[in-house]
Write a protein that binds this ligand. Structure first.
Ligand code: PLP
Length: 457
């Protein structure tokens, strides 16, 4: 499929007729037609009309090393030629699965030495739900089943992970949450902090976990899950007091701690994992996206030794797995991806060079822009909060169309940025983005926000 064999209109017609898109309003698709992306290189994608677009979202937060990296393509090619598939059920394994588990154990925080492979972030989080509940059963506490997440948390789109997530429109669509899922408030100072300092608010937001545990009964709570910095919820980076207090509470009530690293992992926050950035010591660490830079689908769950010890002492087979758990080609690409991140020093580059520049440039734009209230995020996650009143920290109402319009203006300006929770707009470019490209990104973002402000002004 490397050659364009149809016109854009032909593709749009077929797409309208036969393709159901994820997270898309079919009415919009019918009206406006789909944008067909045909190729990519570095931090740019091209559509079927020949437009060159700066991908400010690294695909869906995943293309860490940028597009077109020969090392990853070669790794997939070699592996497909040698052994295109074999599974890891019933005591079999393949070299790329084994090597990847080993390499990951050297990157993850201490104690996280065991890896279960999945095909996606959703499957990684589903796996955590199953394993955590099994863990408590083996520990003789089978009532510890409830997972506590946060509003605006995003952990996937399967039946279970949409309940684990704190996205109201997903819950509404399904009519209700599954049993044994609960949520606490998201740690967003700008909308909830009032007169408190960020640090005071961080403690207050974390203590909502204690309240929820006491309300549900600690004997019923399996785990707390949070993204180190909330991504799709709007780049919500918690105050420095938040994670230490969450950890204290989890330990006090014997509640497992899950750090969802699907977005934060593999350098995006300026460390290998968001858990390093925020000093989190999780029991489970689901990851995906940056693991293979999105070149092939793969996710994983890092499991702490103390958890795996209990799981393996169950004296039985662990009844969990997927046909493609540890797909050899996906593992080979992940290995090549990690090797490239190391070789090019991308994690260090994010930390000490490109993220500080990215943040400073965005901050300057955000401070001056009349419809932007704050810049949020960490490392190469940048979210700007749209407001109706900057002085009073009044955010736009949830149904306001400005974020969608801003995304449309951005596309016209050849930039991918996307709306996120709390009426914000987020960018999270590949880790290889240059300073000149950051300038281009922020210029285009500003232009799109200017057009949005004019439209609603
Ligand atoms: N967890 C987080 C933090 C995510 O951002 C996502 C996807 O965006 C997921 C889990 C689900 O991953 P996937 O779409 O690969 O199932």
């Amino acid at each position: 499929m490397s050659q364009i064999v149809r016109t854009t209109q032909q593709w749009q017609g077929l797409d309208r007729s036969h393709h159901m898109h994820p997270f898309t309003d079919p009415r919009d698709l019918n009206k406006k037609g789909t944008r067909v992306i045909t190729r990519a290189e570095g931090v740019y994608i091209w559509d079927s009309e020949g437009n060159k677009i700066l991908d400010g979202m690294a695909g869906l937060w995943c293309v860490a090393v940028g597009y077109g990296r020969q090392e990853l393509i070669d790794a997939a090619n070699e592996q497909l030629k040698t052994l295109p598939y074999y599974n890891s059920f019933f005591q079999t394994s393949t070299p790329s699965q084994i090597e990847l588990s080993h390499v990951l154990s050297e990157l993850t925080p201490p104690g996280l030495n065991r890896f279960f492979f999945t095909n996606s972030g959703s499957e990684a989080n589903d796996t955590v739900i199953r394993l955590a509940r099994y863990y408590w059963k083996l520990r003789g506490q089978p009532t510890k089943r409830t997972f506590i997440g946060r509003k605006f948390g995003y952990h996937g789109s399967t039946v279970a992970t949409s309940s684990l997530s704190g996205m109201a429109p997903m819950h509404d669509q399904d009519h209700e949450l599954l049993p044994h899922f609960a949520h606490i408030v998201h740690p967003h100072w700008y909308t909830q902090g009032g007169d408190l300092s960020r640090e005071e608010f961080g403690l207050q937001a974390a203590r909502e976990l204690e309240k929820k545990i006491l309300e549900l009964g600690a004997d019923n709570v399996a785990a707390f899950i949070g993204e180190p910095c909330q991504g799709a919820g709007g780049g919500i980076d918690p105050p420095s007091t938040y994670w230490p207090e969450i950890q204290r509470i989890c330990k006090k009530y014997d509640v497992l701690l899950v750090a969802d690293e699907v977005i934060c992992g593999f350098g995006r926050t300026g460390e290998w994992f968001g858990s390093h950035t925020y000093g989190i010591e999780p029991d489970f660490m689901p990851m995906a996206k940056g693991l293979s830079s999105g070149y092939l689908p793969i996710g994983a769950v890092a499991i702490h030794d103390r958890i795996f010890e209990v799981l393996s002492e169950g004296g039985k087979m662990i009844h969990h797995g997927f046909t493609y758990s540890g797909h050899p080609a996906a593992c080979a690409v992940a290995l090549a991806n990690i090797a490239l991140i190391k070789k090019e020093g991308l994690v260090e580059r994010v930390k000490s060079d490109i993220a500080p520049y990215f943040r400073a440039t965005l901050q300057q734009m955000a401070d001056a822009h009349p419809i932007v209230g704050e810049l949020r995020g960490v490392g190469l996650i940048g979210a700007v909060q749209l407001v109706s009143d900057k002085a009073n920290r009044t955010v736009l109402p949830p149904t306001h169309e400005a974020p969608i319009k801003a995304r449309e203006f951005a596309i016209q300006n050849n930039l991918i940025m996307r709306p996120a929770g709390l009426q914000s707009l987020v960018v999270a470019p590949p880790l290889v983005i240059t300073r000149t490209q950051v300038d281009e990104l922020v210029d285009k973002m500003k232009r799109s926000l200017d057009q949005t402000a004019q439209l609603f002004g």
